[in-house]
Design a protein around this ligand. Structure first.
Ligand code: OAD
Length: 258
């Protein structure tokens, strides 16, 4: 027996087998095994002396547009070079195994979609959909993977046809989340019978309310994370380990080999 493999509780397996509506709520940890640093990992290269929280603000963009645009282009390159990992694939597979699945992510990457998931609710926007900071017009990025140096670089944001500067299509600290996505995520949390919180520290509101909304409405809440988090007290089960190992094991335990 491999002692590193977390034991999956039998009552969790039973709950998954009979669940009618499952919500999967993901954070940066679900993409960690694809080589994408989590939000609270230390930054390196040009951004070594910054915290991600200090770059992901309207004020940071206002103060130093080249620094912030360069950071997002570097992140877009990293995500474009990465591949979905077994956790993303297990989540996409789960949609074929339960009557209803809603995927809600805080991630700005597209790895759920590239694993085959559709209708993913992105609460914090996307690296792949920049828009004009002045008129809001969507900006079409050049095709292909951006070529950025490993240590990052400052880079001027593109200019919109209105003359305004283009900004990343993400939600920054202090900004509102997209109304439709947030409403649908809250509704799904309140209607589901089982919610997975995978790879999130549960620190950033209002997204972090989602597991507690599910719990208050009577759903079971499962956390998949190698460490303890703010969400521990909301959870019916906390399965400790990497999502890329736990999620495929859990699907196999509940539904048999793929
Ligand atoms: P964090 O970086 O705060 O947390 C990532 C979580 O993933 C941590 O709890 C890790 O223990 C866990 N983790 C690491 N490796 C894992 C693995 N292999 N499998 C499962 N879990 C793993 O990221 P988020 O919770 O996503 O918002 O952060 C939430 C939001 O805070 C982000 O969307 C971003 C940030 O501020 C904005 O940019 C608005």
């Amino acid at each position: 027996m491999n002692r590193n493999v977390a034991t999956i509780p039998q009552d969790l397996i039973a709950a998954l087998k009979k669940a009618k509506h499952v919500v999967v709520f993901t954070g940066a940890g679900v993409s960690a095994e694809s080589g994408i640093p989590t939000f609270r990992d230390s930054l390196t290269g040009l951004w070594e002396r910054f915290h991600a929280e200090d770059l992901a603000t309207p004020g940071a963009f206002h103060k130093d547009k080249e620094l912030v645009w360069g950071w997002y282009e570097w992140r877009r390159m990293k995500v474009s070079q990465a591949q979905p990992n077994p956790a993303h694939i297990a989540v996409a597979t789960l949609a074929t195994l339960v009557p209803k699945l809603t995927i809600v992510t805080q991630n700005v990457d597209d790895l759920h979609e590239r694993a085959g998931s559709t209708d993913v609710l992105h609460l914090h926007g996307s690296l792949h959909s920049p828009r004009c900071a002045t008129c809001g017009q969507a900006h079409i990025l050049p095709p292909g993977i951006p070529v950025e140096p490993e240590g990052g670089r400052r880079s001027s944001p593109p200019v919109c046809i209105c003359g305004g500067l283009v900004r990343p299509g993400v939600v920054w600290f202090g900004e509102d989340l997209p109304v439709r996505e947030l409403r649908q995520a809250f509704e799904a949390a309140q209607k589901c019978d089982l919610l997975f919180a995978i790879g999130t520290s549960g620190l950033v509101q209002p997204a972090a309310r989602i597991p507690s909304l599910a719990k208050q409405a009577g759903a079971c809440v499962v956390q998949v994370n190698p460490t303890s988090t703010e969400l521990d007290r909301e959870c019916t089960w906390s399965v400790r380990g990497g999502a890329g190992e736990i999620m495929p094991n859990l699907l196999q335990a509940a539904f048999g080999p793929a």
